[in-house]
Design a protein. Structure first.
Length: 309
């Protein structure tokens, strides 16, 4: 998706739905409502749900649709301030110090001002997100917050309270306009209530069959219509099973793309068995479907679709 010139925020829930639809994101009205309110109230949007249901894509679509820069902070265990906010370019600072010493410019205060200047400041995602101009604040995606620890979560709470960061050598850097913040979590751990209270909350669930079929049709337009219907209903049935990791919408799209590359126009037991690695990511789940369960589900799906026609 190409980034366009900054655009005005949607003026209604219907405009928000249309904006998402133009970017091929098929959203229900409840998501459009909370997204509209988040933009109007300038509150962070907290998106929770299983992996692969389209949480991250919402931020990407929002940035492209509004013509804003997308800044992504990918969270992980051990994420610290230097990786998330800023750090100094120590190698360049040392070169500057050596050059000053070599030329005789060894005034200590002057050297300190030189090396601790914007020139040597490396801006990480948090500081970048605070640097947007009025009317063009970026979309700041804090992705998979549940992967970090509680200490970083507390630090993030402070940032979202005032939208400012203090760099001891430079002073306090404030956002001219707060960024549009989207926080995602896969719920591998609970996020503290204090941070959630700062945000508007939405649970992103798996779509129903009709909406998922529309998603697949938009994302894989070359896929045969019959094939897409069988894929969606097959995946919907898998989500009712006790699998280690049920497939998300992303896997449905990948499976439709893969089968289209194989010139398939319908599912058959052999094709299902051969391509399960596109759909499922754990061997125990693949083994379970490979022991005749996949063929049985496919037979039931085809019977249901034939009866519905």
């Amino acid at each position: 998706m190409s980034v366009i010139a900054p655009r005005a925020l949607p003026a209604s829930i219907d405009e928000t739905l249309e904006m998402l639809g133009r970017a091929d994101y098929v959203a229900d009205r409840s998501l459009a409502t909370v997204l509209f309110l988040s933009l109007r109230m300038k509150r962070p949007l907290f998106l929770e749900g299983e992996a692969g249901v389209g949480k991250t894509e919402i931020a990407k679509v929002l940035a492209a649709s509004l013509g804003r820069r997308l800044i992504r902070l990918q969270c992980y265990e051990g994420l610290d301030v230097s990786s998330a906010v800023y750090e100094w370019n120590y190698a360049a600072q040392m070169i500057e110090i050596r050059m000053d010493e070599a030329t005789g410019a060894a005034d200590r205060d002057m050297m300190e001002r030189n090396v601790f200047s914007e020139k040597y400041l490396i801006r990480r995602p948090v500081l970048e997100a605070l640097g947007g101009a009025a009317g063009a604040a970026p979309v700041f995606l804090i992705d998979e917050l549940d992967r970090t620890d509680e200490a970083f979560e507390a630090f993030l709470l402070e940032i979202l309270s005032d939208y400012q960061v203090t760099v001891p050598e430079l002073g306090t850097i404030r956002a001219e306009e707060p960024p549009i913040v989207v926080i995602t979590t896969n719920r591998t751990r609970e996020i503290h209530d204090a941070l959630k209270r700062r945000c508007l909350y939405h649970w992103v669930d798996y779509p129903d069959a009709a909406r998922e079929l529309e998603i697949v049709a938009r994302k894989v337009p070359d896929a045969n219509r019959r094939l897409s219907r069988e894929i969606v209903h097959f995946v919907q049935r898998l989500r009712e099973m006790d699998l280690f990791k049920v497939p998300g919408v992303a896997e449905s799209i990948d499976w439709a793309s893969a089968l289209t590359e194989l010139d398939k126009i319908a599912l058959d037991p052999e094709t299902v068995s051969d391509t399960l690695g596109v759909l499922l990511k754990y061997q125990d789940d693949i083994a379970r479907l490979g022991e005749g369960e996949g063929a049985r589900i496919l037979k039931e799906v085809k019977a249901e679709l034939a009866e519905a026609e």
